[in-house]
Design a binder for this molecule. Structure first.
Ligand code: NAD
Length: 360
């Protein structure tokens, strides 16, 4: 297969971790007989330095012309970097919002996996962490409270703020379909999270999800209220496969789920549109404090590349090969500094990339 991948190395540790992900992908291409073409574009601070804006229209056109985008991370030290003296629309993060909007990326996927080898980093009690967990949070990204009409008015001498939470049937249906499709590639279970005991938008959410579920009889569906889900994530995270939810609930629950893994350098993510196209990136930021030192953990980016193979290119075997390589390297007790523990061998970013490549 011919894979045209647009890469955004970005800022901070971004170029270092993307380099290692490319190394692993090239090995996959060699082993499985694919042709990978990488085209780099500038985004964030790297683009500001060259073009004065965080993302040019030409860069967007390159991204659109590719099959998928693989990103490192963007941004600098928000206290000291001159990028943050610019007006908000010219700062690094504006590039991220612009690319998400231009590519119509409405579905955000964040896996939260507790590897048994790293269970010591999990802040939960051992009786819970010992079971491990492997869930994926599918969050609607372009609707709901964050995009509704908002205003602050004065009423009877008192300030009053109003935010509106709206969802159309269509917005719910397209993300629900993504959720069920992805559950089919996993353990065939969807937990749809809402607040249907209070909110109309949640009652519509539940109705549409039930309708979509009829087309996926092989996938088990359960509904859970968001407050209960927040508790279950720390009580029994192993029960979850795909958590399907709206924008604000997903924002909060995905951060909670990543925290219970305890290892930010291991967490991948993806944002998808209604075709197979996606933007794949680690959940962490550009870590300016460790940039240029060859000590960053590239695994979140490498696992994002595995998600890209699975969800954009339907290359499940190749994606699994990368995931198994990560487990094999952890089994051999190699660790980057962020996941280092007693008795293990500490390696840098490029060495971790070499070790992963050798396992493919
Ligand atoms: P961060 O995730 O970059 O770093 C938080 C801490 O985790 C730091 O101590 C860092 O060294 C460590 N860390 C993060 N990733 C690591 C890795 N792969 N290996 C080892 N250690 C790692 O968060 P921050 O410091 O709040 O943000 C730094 C910059 O990143 C900011 O400009 C922020 O806006 C940006 N950011 C970008 C994205 C993105 O590109 N999608 C996401 C979040 C933050």
């Amino acid at each position: 297969m011919k894979l045209n991948i647009c890469c955004i190395p970005g800022d901070g540790i971004g170029p270092e971790i993307v380099k290692e992900a490319k190394k692993v992908l090239n090995k996959v291409a060699e082993k499985y007989g694919h042709e990978m073409n990488f085209t780099d574009i500038l985004m964030g601070g790297a683009s500001i330095d060259v073009h004065g804006v965080p993302l040019t229209d030409e860069a967007i056109a390159t991204a659109k012309a590719s099959d998928a985008v693989l990103m490192g991370s963007i941004g600098g030290d928000t206290n000291t970097s001159p990028w943050y003296k610019l007006e908000p629309s010219l700062r690094p993060e504006a590039g991220l919002l612009k690319i998400r909007k231009s590519l119509n990326l409405f579905a955000n996927l964040r896996p939260a996996v507790l590897y048994p080898q790293l269970s010591g980093a999990c802040p939960l009690k051992e009786e819970i962490s010992a079971k491990g967990f492997d869930m994926l949070i599918m969050r609607e990204l372009t609707g709901g409270l964050y995009f509704g009409e908002r205003k602050t008015i004065e009423e009877n001498g008192m300030l009053k703020a109003i935010d509106t939470l709206t969802y159309t049937e269509e917005e719910i249906r397209r993300i629900a379909i993504k959720g069920f499709e992805i559950a089919r590639k996993r353990r065939q279970k969807v937990t749809s999270v809402d607040k249907a005991n209070v909110l109309d938008s949640s009652r519509l959410w539940r109705k549409v999800v039930n309708e979509v579920a009829k087309d996926y009889p092989d996938v088990a569906l359960e509904h859970m209220l968001v407050d209960n889900c927040a508790m279950q994530l720390v009580k029994d995270p192993a029960q979850f496969d795909v958590i399907l939810t709206e924008n604000m609930f997903g924002d909060i629950l995905s951060d909670e789920a990543s925290m219970v893994t305890g290892s930010i350098g291991m967490l991948s993510s993806a944002s998808l549109n209604d075709s197979k196209f996606g933007l794949y990136e680690p959940s962490h930021g550009s870590a300016p404090d460790i940039a240029g030192k060859d000590i960053a953990n590239p695994i979140a980016t490498v696992l994002s590349a595995a998600m890209m193979l699975r969800f954009t290119f339907d290359l499940d075997e190749e994606a699994t090969a990368i995931e198994k390589a990560v487990e094999a390297v952890l089994d051999k007790n190699y660790r980057t500094c962020d996941i280092m523990s007693a008795g293990c061998t500490q390696v840098g970013c490029s060495q971790m990339g070499d070790l992963l490549t050798a396992e493919i």
